[in-house]
Write a protein that binds this ligand. Structure first.
Ligand code: XMP
Length: 512
């Protein structure tokens, strides 16, 4: 096991992710609780995270002395390096504004940390964090890497297995960072690498049971992967203390509602309330064309319907959500500055405050691809687990302009054909998200001998790792041509198909 002491960096979770990728169990503990956690957990190694503070400020956090006394290997990253240096007898100069940026590190000497990755004399790109500065190393330490602005970019005491990095090895902007962490975890700390999602499942089940006790939990299913995985995991932990509520807003894809209901009721035997609220939603959305107005209307109705259903089943003590780690970080901006609302996301927040319920969020530490692995581990079918993300407001935001039942029907059919073609071409898993959009535009065409005046379908497909940035997918023209022909031939009401070649930024993935 590895203990990660969190000093408040925005990217601490990424350290955990890297360690897990190496097949080693780890826990993140805020620095205030680190001493107790260390005693209880008896970890084989400790990683000290970065953080926003300066070691120089009075009352700034420290790592428990116990950790250094215990003799376990320690890796300090950014703030973690500074506090380690200060606590072990070095000198740290403060007062610099903390900033991040690309830098090149020059490797000065051999290190077990660099083994098989970096050679002496080489230069390598890293994501550097400038804030405090070490002016004198603690006794026993030597310099292993320097950068133009950081003479102590990497320091080490190989005898005691202490390593201090001024850069962030956990972020992708440090291309070899994962390998350095792996060296620390596997070679220096000597940990086995046999931890799996199977173990995560067991740990989370224990945590859920401890949190919930005999309480009742309600979970809103959206039809997406995240809420489904969360629900199945929670059900495994507490059985029928969980009730799932599936608010069907009538904006789902072809056969989607049936798939979800079947999966939960028949495959898993999980208590499920299926509310067909499509009339209510589509009624209130009639005439609404502004994207934010659509999102707000759907968000508000969702809360109303969900709350009413919760009352009907006699209330609950906890609300389960499939919140993922990116949802957690996206809500805090990296610089701490004010961030602009691009789109009002529905299904994050709102509900718990209003209903005064505590949250159960077993996926909070996971990334999308890890959730998929967990889903498979829990026996969810591959086709379900591998599904592309689908936004809470559903097809409403893929139907610019006014939403009508007829338009939704056209969109569903076109979308199903498009996805079918993508699956047949073996491209579904390469693409992050693909969908059709129905444009509020009619154009003239000719079919057979007659004139047509029908809708335009836009096709979107993007690659991405987290949905924050994305590139359009470069289909070959033959694929696009075939798909367009099929859609126009098979879907009445469509006579033209276009492909969206915008990346994000400047575009967003969804059209509204
Ligand atoms: P955008 O369109 O902002 O989308 O580039 C980024 C990712 O978020 C999804 N998305 C949503 N997901 N509720 C959600 O749960 C929402 O309101 C929402 N809006 C967009 C989008 O599908 C993409 O994966």
């Amino acid at each position: 096991k590895i203990l990660i002491v969190d000093f408040g960096s925005q990217v601490t979770q990424l350290i955990a992710r890297r360690v897990r990728e190496d097949g080693v169990y780890c826990e993140i503990v805020p620095f205030q609780k680190a001493e107790a956690a260390f005693r209880e957990m008896r970890p084989k190694a400790v990683i000290l995270s970065g953080g926003p503070e300066s070691v120089h400020e009075a009352g700034s956090p420290r790592a428990p002395q116990l950790i250094f006394d215990s003799g376990v290997p320690v890796m300090g990253i950014c703030y973690g390096q500074m506090t380690m240096a200060a606590q072990l007898g070095g000198t740290v100069e403060g007062g610099h504004h903390r900033e991040f940026g690309r830098a090149d590190v020059e490797v000065k000497t051999n290190s077990r940390l660099f083994e098989g990755v970096w050679q002496t004399g080489e230069q390598h790109q890293v994501w550097m964090s400038h804030g405090d500065r070490i002016t004198q190393m603690p006794p026993g330490f030597s310099v292993a890497g320097v950068s133009p602005n950081a003479p102590f970019a990497v320091i080490q005491d190989e005898a005691r297995k202490y390593y201090g990095l001024m850069f962030h090895p956990e972020v992708v902007h440090t291309p070899d960072g994962a390998k350095l962490i792996r060296n620390f975890v596997r070679n220096i700390a000597g940990l086995g690498g046999d931890w799996t999602m199977h173990a995560f499942r067991a740990e989370e089940i224990k945590k859920i049971r401890a949190q919930v006790g005999k309480g009742k939990v309600i979970c809103g299913l959206s039809g997406g992967v995240d809420s489904a995985v969360a629900a199945v995991l929670i059900h495994e932990a507490i059985g029928d203390q969980l009730t799932c509520v599936f608010v069907d807003h009538g904006l789902l894809r072809l056969n989607e509602a049936e798939t979800v209901v079947d999966l939960f009721r028949h495959h898993y035997n999980i208590p499920l309330v299926h509310v067909d609220a499509s009339k209510l939603f589509l009624g209130e959305l009639a005439g609404v064309t502004d994207p934010e107005a659509k999102r707000k209307t759907i968000g508000r109705l969702f809360i109303d319907v969900f709350e009413a259903e919760a009352k009907k089943i006699g209330g609950a003590d906890f609300l389960a959500q499939g919140t993922l780690y990116p949802d957690v970080i996206e809500s805090v901006s990296f610089t701490g500055g004010p961030s602009v609302t691009i789109k009002s996301h529905h299904n994050v927040g709102g509900l718990p405050d209003r209903m005064n319920m505590k949250l159960v969020e077993p996926l909070r530490e996971l990334f999308k691809d890890e959730v998929r692995v967990l889903g498979r581990e829990l026996g969810l079918p591959d086709v379900f687990v591998g599904r592309h993300p689908f936004p809470g407001p559903g097809l409403a935001i893929r139907c610019p302009g006014e939403i009508t039942v007829d338009k939704l029907d056209i969109l569903r059919k076109a979308d199903a054909i498009y996805i079918d073609e993508i699956r047949k071409a073996g491209l579904y898993d390469t693409i992050w998200q693909a969908f059709a959009v129905l444009l509020p535009v009619k154009t003239v065409g000719v079919m057979g001998d007659g004139r047509t005046y029908d809708y335009v379908v836009g096709l979107r497909a993007v690659t991405s790792t987290d949905g924050m940035t994305a590139d359009f997918y470069p289909f070959d023209m033959k694929f696009l041509g075939n798909t367009a022909t099929r859609i126009i031939n098979e879907v009445k009401g469509v006579n033209r198909v276009v492909y969206d070649v915008t990346s994000k930024p400047p575009g967003t993935i969804e059209w509204e």
